[in-house]
Design a protein around this ligand. Structure first.
Ligand SMILES: Nc1ncnc2c1ncn2[C@@H]1O[C@H](COP(=O)(O)OP(=O)(O)OP(=O)(O)O)[C@@H](O)[C@H]1O
Length: 259
């Protein structure tokens, strides 16, 4: 559980388009790293390269390596489906399977990985995952009702429960609060702080206050020119990036002078 990520000389392409250039960074276990930067600079693209979701897009590929506790996810011997089991993902819009019950939503990923699951095993995973996602108390009496009947914030926590049900090492979150109201956002932010006790968490956010509130480390990406690849400009402790960044572009972005 909770693994160290090391990204080395990562270049990411959509066919001929070079989307992100020469990314190098280390993400320590049991920490939250926020990716910030203006629209189109490649934050989501880098995030998706961390569980090999990027290559699902036709023509898309990466060069370089992403090591998870020293094992390169892009090694030819590594099965991308297994990678996605170890590195879970939560998306911008809560996407529970609408016709499935709350319980079956939590177990959806587990069932893909484990053919036989006893009722008791399933119940245990459901309770543990929903408790881990701070949703148990709100849904424990309606586990057989559809996941789509929950509020947006509850649906996002259900998606987090589904992601943690397979016991991943890393949780990737792509703007997980952008579709949520402020109260649900705070609930997710509190949850992120708890999740880092168990997982390595990487979050893309456009919300500077959110990055400052939840992350230990912040990575600032930027686009020098339209049509050019996005680059990692600076990475450091969130405290430093927000109060004493090395690069002027970082300071300009943080203080709202561009982006
Ligand atoms: N499926 C795709 N096919 C081709 N190009 C893409 C695709 N997805 C993203 N891109 C391009 O890759 C670049 C990086 O996009 P990406 O979505 O990673 O940026 P981002 O920083 O996450 O942006 P935002 O903050 O707006 O979500 C952009 O130029 C974008 O147009």
């Amino acid at each position: 559980m909770s693994k160290r990520i090391e990204i080395k000389d990562l270049n990411i392409y959509y066919g001929k388009f070079h989307a992100v250039k020469d990314v190098n960074m280390v993400i320590e276990p049991r920490s939250v790293t926020a990716f910030i930067g203006s629209s189109g600079c490649g934050k989501s693209t880098v995030l998706r390269s961390l569980n090999r979701m990027h290559e699902v897009i036709p023509g898309a590929y990466c060069e370089g390596s992403v090591l998870l506790d020293g094992v390169d996810l892009y090694d030819q011997a590594v099965d991308p489906v297994r990678v996605r089991r170890h590195v879970g993902m939560v998306f911008q819009r809560p996407n529970p399977f609408p016709t499935m019950s709350i319980k079956e939503n939590v177990l959806a990923g587990v069932r893909l990985n484990k053919a036989r699951l006893t009722r008791a095993e399933g119940d245990e995973i459901v309770e543990k995952s929903l408790k881990g996602a701070n949703l148990w108390n709100e849904v424990k009496d309606r586990l057989d009702r559809p996941g789509s009947g929950l509020s947006g914030g509850q649906q996002q926590r259900l998606c987090i429960a589904r992601a943690i049900a397979v016991a991943p090492d890393v949780l990737l979150m792509d703007e997980p609060c952008s579709a949520l109201d402020p109260i649900s956002t705070l609930a997710i932010e509190d949850l992120i702080k708890e999740l880092k006790e168990t997982y390595t968490v990487v979050i893309v956010t456009h919300n500077m206050q959110q990055a400052a509130r939840v992350s230990d480390q912040t990575a600032f990406f930027n686009l020098k020119e339209h049509g050019k690849p996005g680059e990692l400009i600076e990475i450091g402790s969130t405290e430093k990036i927000f109060h004493n960044p090395d690069q002027k572009a970082t300071e300009d972005y943080i203080t709202g002078r561009f982006g």
